[in-house]
Design a protein around this ligand. Structure first.
Ligand code: FAD
Ligand code: EPU
Length: 339
């Protein structure tokens, strides 16, 4: 373990923002984390834990210690005829972990194929896609209290998972380093989730009538590749905003004025609106601001045109928030973690 000084963070955030941190360390084992906790630099600096940097926007240099969690390892904790509990180190690449489970025939994560980032960040915002969220199969996680060094196990009931939310994004923000996450997956008679219309369309295109988990994963990968920019080519952090939830009264008013508004009814009676539709209908799809832009295939994604600063992207997001509010009186909320 080596603590490096003055490190450029451009390779460590998928927006590709050129910014610096005072100190940077890669942690590969629990022992290294515990060693790091004894170090004076750890104790006298603000800390930021990162995985793949795919949900972070740096708007300034980070004047502290960036800890890149690279703790690896996948193991089966327990199993019976029907289910298996699989644990992965926080530094495992999420998509590779999903592929590992598919190769073993363990189902439950296939709809979450190709989401960038690492396993440790997945519970932070209860990652979700194509009708599935990790809370559906989450079993537990191990985290180290950054201040005391004490290990704590969190079960689903302790995490307060919601739409792109958990205790780690709210009350416990920057308090714990997640070191391992486990999921309870199915070994037999997998219940496949094809509720998201686009998956069925894609399976039809692929000529598949009775899909297996690999087929679902392939369909999800194909849909994602068709509309989301590859961060290795175009800097981005996926959806920049959450899809907003509105009351039935608000929804009815919007529906009267904007007949084609895209929405989904929720079980609590409220409606979720497609933020991408709201942004597109402010004529902002493809809109450029300084070195940032709204992606021309998916208006919920903001991109770095090459030399954007974090502030270019942040200012663009502020502009979008104001335009959407002006037109629809709906307040968007950022999904990306702003540093
Ligand atoms: P980072 O960006 O490194 O960190 C995110 C947050 O978690 C930060 O606050 C960080 O401090 C904290 N954190 C990271 N690791 C730890 C740890 N070990 N312990 C404690 N805190 C930690 N998300 C979805 O939900 N669904 C999608 O479909 C989706 N699609 C995307 C598509 C693209 C092209 C991109 C670029 C992003 C997408 N995302 C999506 C967002 C992103 O991939 C997820 O939020 C992912 O979980 C972030 O993982 P990461 O390792 O990159 O986290
Ligand atoms: N839409 C538009 N214009 C756009 C984009 C979207 O009109 O430019 C409308 C379309 O009608 C479309 C609907 O919005 O049918 C929904 O779009 P899409 O299926 O692309 O999904 P999304 O709501 O934009 C959410 C998640 C994604 C996740 C996908 C698939 C959020 C904030 N985003 O996007 O997650 O991959 O659904 O499930 O919930 C992420 O969190 O970073 C992310 C990419």
């Amino acid at each position: 373990m080596e603590i490096k000084s003055n490190i450029n963070l451009k390779p460590f955030n998928t927006f590709g923002i050129d910014c610096w941190c005072n100190y940077f360390v890669q942690i590969k084992t629990l022992e290294e984390l515990s060693q790091l906790r004894q170090n004076a630099i750890f104790n006298s600096n603000e800390k930021l834990i990162i995985g793949g940097g795919s949900n972070i926007l740096f708007t300034k240099n980070f004047k502290g210690l960036v800890i890149k969690n690279e703790i690896k390892g996948i193991k089966i904790i327990s199993e019976n005829d029907e289910t298996v509990i699989v644990e992965a180190g926080a530094g495992e690449v999420w998509h590779e972990f999903v592929m590992w489970n598919i190769s073993k025939g363990f189902s439950g994560l296939e709809n979450l194929s190709l989401i960038p980032g690492c396993v440790g960040a997945a519970p932070m915002q209860n990652i979700g896609a194509y009708g599935v969220e990790i809370k559906d199969t989450f079993y537990s996680l191990k985290a180290i209290d950054i201040n005391s060094g004490i290990e704590k196990i969190f079960y689903a009931k302790d995490c307060n998972f919601g739409y792109r939310e958990s205790v780690f994004k709210s009350v416990y923000k920057n308090k714990y380093c997640i070191v391992a996450v486990s999921f309870q997956l199915s070994k037999q008679s997998a219940v496949l989730n094809t509720s998201y219309g686009a998956i069925n369309d894609e399976l039809n295109k692929m000529g598949i009538e009775i899909p297996n988990i690999k087929n679902i994963s392939d369909a999800v990968i194909s849909i994602r590749n068709s509309k989301l920019p590859n961060p290795k080519i175009i800097g981005n952090a996926g959806s920049f905003f959450k899809n907003p939830e509105v009351s039935p009264e608000k929804y009815n008013t919007l529906k009267q004025n904007f007949e084609k508004i895209v929405s989904y009814p929720l079980t609590n009676g409220n409606y979720k609106l497609a933020a991408g539709w709201l942004i597109e209908h402010c004529n902002l799809k493809g809109y450029s601001y300084k070195n940032a832009a709204v992606h021309d295939k998916q208006a919920l994604v903001l991109i770095n045109k090459g030399a954007a600063s974090g502030n270019d992207i942040y200012e663009l997001s502020e502009y979008i928030l104001n335009k959407v509010f002006e037109k629809f009186k709906v307040k968007l909320e950022r999904e990306v973690n702003i540093i």
